[in-house]
Design a protein around this ligand. Structure first.
Ligand SMILES: [Fe+2]
Length: 403
């Protein structure tokens, strides 16, 4: 079971002409992939859903165990998309979550859950991927566990493929983490309000805190020295399919997070999401995201939580655990010097700290795209839309995002 889930290549995707798409392409794909759609869709609320684009409307309806597509507006829920937004949704460059988190979601009737449920149907038809149905994802291994440097790559690979995450204990020492922590105040003055590399959040006492420094490696030789070491680079080899850090240019390799208690505005702890929740799953997944615990973390101090096995499930990619989902959240408490690894489409959240602040570095490994230039072009095009995401999504202190 490889964690290479890519099915699309940038530069090879045809642009979408709405009329032809709704009249011919989509109905054909819905038919062909009926078996991938029906079991999961029958567990979803699917009110008639109208997509309006460039002055025309089409309505998707779920009846019996089939989806029909009819011209006109017969929807209980309705979304308005520009031609570019429709193209990006169809070609998996964007998602309803990307529209929502950038304040671009235009739904005069119905709301995000309606769009997300229908988005699952669209993805199944367009990507030939089965919508998750209860019981689809089973975890056959020995259950949640952590690893040490003495465990083999093969053992960790098997767990990663099945569960979608790893917790590796004691990769770094307390002294090494203290050296990195000492660089936080050195780097901080270089990050100002308005810099897209700097995230700020306000706490209950109305104090504004610098909570995330993207490109921390520009100011922290200690962090570069650690991630360049063989014991760390080994992580890229665990999936066995050529993950490396080549797409992370110097100065963009490490993000440093400092999580205060009681954030009420802005974001330092991201609610439940897959890292592909804004789009591009079928071009890039699975990347590996690695968190280095500069300070330890638990339920009181900003630990990571993951939905085990969710990388194998076509489900809502955010902003909460899909209602009724049969996958269990797992807490990942860590000690100073531990690392967590998760796949980009393993759903995860960081739990807002309530007693102790937390510091953590994030970096990651990816696979080389088939057409790096085309991939870079798309990433840069989307960057402008996405760069405000962190200012528009927030969660209450102590929020767990489960129903
Ligand atoms: Fe994430």
């Amino acid at each position: 079971m490889s964690v290479d889930l890519r099915t699309r290549v940038d530069g090879e995707q045809a642009s979408v002409e709405a009329s032809q798409f709704f009249r011919e392409t989509l109905p054909g794909l819905l038919d062909v992939h009926h078996g991938l759609i029906a079991p999961g869709a029958s567990e979803l609320a699917l009110p008639n859903f109208c997509i309006e684009t460039e002055g025309e409307s089409w309505t998707l309806a779920w009846s019996g165990d089939r989806v029909s597509v009819e011209p006109g507006h017969g929807g209980e829920a309705r979304v308005r998309l520009s031609a570019q937004q429709l193209d990006d949704i169809v070609n998996d460059q964007s998602t309803p979550i990307a529209l929502m988190s950038n304040n671009l979601l235009d739904m005069p009737e119905g709301s995000l859950p309606d769009f997300l449920n229908w988005w699952l149907v669209l993805r199944a038809a367009l990507d030939a991927r089965r919508i998750h149905a209860s019981g689809d994802v089973t975890l056959d291994g020995e259950g949640h566990r952590s690893f040490s440097l003495d465990d083999s790559d093969e053992t960790m690979r098997a767990f990663l493929e099945e569960y979608g995450y790893l917790h590796i204990r004691g990769l770094f020492s307390e002294e090494e983490m203290a050296a990195v922590e000492a660089d936080f105040p050195v780097a901080a003055p270089h990050f100002e309000k308005g810099d897209p590399q700097a995230w700020f959040a306000t706490t209950q006492d109305d104090t504004e805190h610098l909570v995330r420094m993207e490109g921390f490696d520009r100011y922290s030789q200690a962090s570069i020295d650690l991630i360049d070491q063989a014991r760390f680079q080994r992580i890229g080899g665990i999936p066995g399919i050529g993950h490396d850090q080549s797409s992370r240019k110097p100065g963009t390799r490490v993000g440093a997070l400092s999580k205060p208690i009681g954030v009420v505005k802005g974001i330092s702890d991201v609610p439940w999401h897959k890292d592909c929740s804004l789009g591009r799953h079928s071009y890039e997944c699975c990347n590996l995201t690695v968190g280095i615990s500069v300070t330890g973390a638990d339920a009181d101090s900003g630990q990571l939580r993951v939905l085990a096995g969710s990388h194998r499930a076509l489900i809502w990619p955010a902003p909460c655990v899909q209602p009724g989902l049969d996958l269990e959240p797992v807490d990942l408490p860590t000690r100073t010097g531990d690392v967590t690894v998760h796949l980009s489409c393993t759903q995860h959240m960081s739990q807002p700290p309530v007693k102790k602040t937390r510091k953590v570095l994030y970096t990651g490994f990816g696979q080389q795209p088939a057409d790096p230039e085309a991939a870079d072009l798309q990433r840069r095009r989307l960057h402008d839309v996405r760069k405000k995401t962190h200012t528009s999504v927030s969660q209450e202190p102590g929020y767990l995002g489960e129903d």
